[in-house]
Structure formats: structure tokens, C-alpha cells
Ligand binder design. Structure first.
Ligand code: FAD
Length: 333
């Protein structure tokens, strides 16, 4: 995409952006997804095209060189990418969670120094919360940052950190005030959950598409399996969940964009859409029969990726607790 400085996103801009993403996904992501996943290769060339597309600055404000996409449009971008291969969406998504923390909580100097280079993809980052003994329970984190003459000495162990190998941001105290890290991170969770929900919806949609195509190719008892009612029931159930997921993601994102509190809505979208990803990829595997186990087809990857959406950015068990807590708080007897 060209320069978006000072831009207000219109419906036409959104259409153009999504068409560009469609082409990128079809021409550059889809052809390499299976090989890179199976060989566990990092998609460096996709990172370069993500820079060209502006994806590393997707939600960063135009004043810092980003696209300034509203969450509702960003979620549509994520759904498109994840419907073909979930992993690349994690590369810019985790980076943008860090950028959002800088934009919300950083000093003016930090914003000016970091955000333009993050928007271009020159600096790439992520969020390192999880430790071997602390995932859901963030307050159990043991890593310490001790001030010394050079700055801070970090001491601890992190694991499962997206972008840790290829990130290149060195540490600084966000906002310049000690003791605020947990609050700063928790403040970004609503958007993070909408993003994971979008990935779940994308996986569900991709799995449905594969199942619909395969069901019309594969024949048993003299006809395509799509003509058997048992298969049709599966497709109908999957399609309904895909649509419901996208509506929940859109509704949570719209609420986020309007500036309203949306922890319950983001939790519902994350919970439902990630479970829809698991359901649809599992049902698609049944439709693929024995071939679902083969890496000749890609549906097994969708099932693997779908489960991560139920775990990351707050497990689905935790989401249900958040939903119930909010429900009770908003409807006090
Ligand atoms: C591929 C991948 C990428 C990741 N990327 C990142 C990253 O970039 N940054 C990062 O910080 N982390 C990352 N993670 C880690 C991820 O966020 C954690 O795995 C997740 O938060 C769950 O933590 P845990 O694995 O320690 O599970 P645990 O917290 O040990 O939970 C285990 C089980 O207990 C349940 N449980 C725990 N507490 C409660 C409770 N109070 N009530 C009910 N049930 C409960 C959970 O729901 C879960 O079912 C990544 C993980 C993976 C697999």
C-alpha cells in the first residue's frame, strides 16, 4: 500500500485493501503454506511482502506512519490470512500488540522513536509474558528487571514467545514509570482477544472451504459425498458457525472502535470463534476421511492451528469466567 498518512478509512479504501490482501494471500501465502509448515521454515519472504503491504503498521496511527486501521477492518484482514495459513498473521499481530502498548502507554519520545520504525517493519517486536511456571496466572511471573548503571538487567526465563527469534527491539521501560507493566499489558487484552477471535474465524472459514471443495470431488457409492445428507448436515453446521463467528468478531470490534468497554464481547468472540475453528477443522477432517491424516492435504494443519486459538491470549476456560463475571456485574440483582 502507498502512504496512508493522515488517512480516514472509507468503504472504498477498505474494499481496495481487502482485495489487495486477497491477492497477496492467493499468490504468495497459499503456495508456500504447506511446505513451510511441514519443514518448520520461517517465511522471511512473507515478512518482506508484509512490510510492503504495510501490515506491520496496520493498527499504528498514521501520525507514526501506520495505516491506522480500525479493529473492525483489521479483523477482516486477519480472517483472510488465517483462512489460508494462520501462522503469518501471528507475526504482525504480536508485533502490533507491542506497538499498541507503546502508543497507549509510551512517552512522546518513545512513540516518536519506536513507532515509525515498527510501522515500516524495520523494528519488529512481541509480548513476552509466559514463563515455564506462569501462563494464565500472570501474577506468578518471576522475571525481574533490576536497575543498574547501564539501564536494566533482566533475569528470568520466558517461553512460547512469538517473534522472539526474529524480533529486534531492545528493552526500555515503557512510559518511564516502574511498576506499571501488568496494567499496561492487561490494557491491551481486549484488542488481543478480538485478534485471536479473528484468527479462529479465519481457520473455521478456511476449513469449511476445503471441506466444501473436497466433498464435491470425492465420490462414494457412485456419487460425490456432498450428496450424502450426513455430509450436508456437517457442512450446514460448519457454515453456520463460521457466519456466527464473523458476526461476533465484527460486533466486538465495532464496540472496541467506538471506545466502549468490550471485555465481555471480546471474550465471547474469542471463545466462540476459536471453538468454531476447532469444530470446523475437526468436522472437515471427518469429511476428508483417512486423507485428513495425510500431509498431502492441508486440513490437519488447520486442526493443529485451531487448538492454539483456544489457548493463546487467555485460555477459553478463562474467557468463560470473564464472560460470566461481566454478565453478573452488568446485571446485578
Ligand atoms: C505457539 C504459541 C505461541 C505463544 N505466543 C506467546 C507470546 O507471544 N507471548 C506470551 O506471553 N505467551 C505466548 N504463548 C503462551 C500462551 O499465552 C500460554 O500458553 C497461555 O496463556 C496458557 O498458559 P499455560 O500454557 O501456562 O497454561 P496454564 O496457565 O498452566 O493452564 C493450564 C490449564 O488450566 C486452566 N486454568 C488455569 N487457571 C485457571 C483458572 N483460574 N480457572 C480455570 N481454569 C484455569 C487453563 O484454562 C488450562 O486449561 C504462546 C503459546 C503457544 C503454544
Amino acid at each position: 500500500m502507498g502512504s496512508t498518512a493522515g488517512k480516514n478509512w472509507t468503504e472504498e479504501d477498505e474494499k481496495l485493501l481487502l482485495e489487495t490482501i486477497d491477492k497477496w494471500v492467493e499468490n504468495e501465502v497459499k503456495p508456500i503454506a504447506r511446505e513451510y509448515d511441514q519443514e518448520d521454515k520461517y517465511p522471511h519472504e512473507l515478512v518482506e511482502s508484509m512490510k510492503d503491504l504495510g501490515l506491520f503498521g496496520a493498527t499504528i496511527s498514521p501520525e507514526y506512519g501506520g495505516m491506522g486501521l480500525p479493529a473492525s477492518v483489521y479483523a477482516k484482514v486477519i480472517i483472510k490470512v488465517a483462512s489460508v495459513w494462520m501462522a503469518p498473521s501471528g507475526i504482525f499481530n504480536s508485533h502490533l500488540i507491542m506497538a499498541s502498548a507503546i502508543e497507549r502507554c509510551g512517552t512522546d519520545e518513545q512513540k516518536t522513536n519506536w513507532l515509525p520504525k515498527m510501522a515500516s517493519g524495520e523494528f519488529r517486536g512481541g509480548i513476552a509474558l509466559t514463563e515455564p511456571n506462569a501462563g494464565t496466572d500472570l501474577q506468578a511471573i518471576l522475571t525481574r528487571a533490576d536497575r543498574n548503571e547501564q539501564g536494566y538487567l533482566l533475569n528470568g526465563t520466558k517461553m512460547w514467545i512469538t517473534n522472539s527469534m526474529y524480533g529486534n527491539c531492545s528493552d526500555a521501560l515503557l512510559g518511564g514509570e516502574e511498576g506499571r507493566g501488568l496494567q499496561q499489558v492487561l490494557g491491551g487484552l481486549e484488542l488481543g482477544r478480538i485478534n485471536v477471535a479473528a484468527r479462529g474465524a479465519g481457520i473455521a472459514e478456511g476449513a469449511l472451504k476445503m471441506a466444501v471443495d473436497y466433498a464435491q470431488e470425492r465420490e462414494t457409492f457412485g456419487q460425490p459425498i456432498s450428496q450424502h445428507q450426513a455430509v450436508q448436515l456437517k457442512l450446514a453446521n460448519m457454515a453456520t458457525r463460521v457466519e456466527a463467528s464473523k458476526l461476533l468478531v465484527g460486533s466486538a470490534a465495532n464496540k472496541f472502535d467506538s471506545g466502549e468497554r468490550c471485555d465481555m464481547e471480546a471474550g465471547m468472540a474469542k471463545y466462540f470463534a476459536s471453538e468454531a475453528g476447532v469444530f470446523c477443522s475437526q468436522e472437515a477432517m471427518r469429511i476428508f476421511g483417512g486423507y485428513s491424516y495425510s500431509t498431502e492435504y492441508e486440513i490437519e494443519r488447520f486442526y493443529r492451528d485451531a487448538m492454539l486459538m483456544c489457548i493463546g491470549e487467555g485460555t477459553n476456560e478463562l474467557q468463560q469466567l470473564i464472560i460470566a463475571k461481566q454478565l453478573l456485574e452488568r446485571n446485578k440483582g
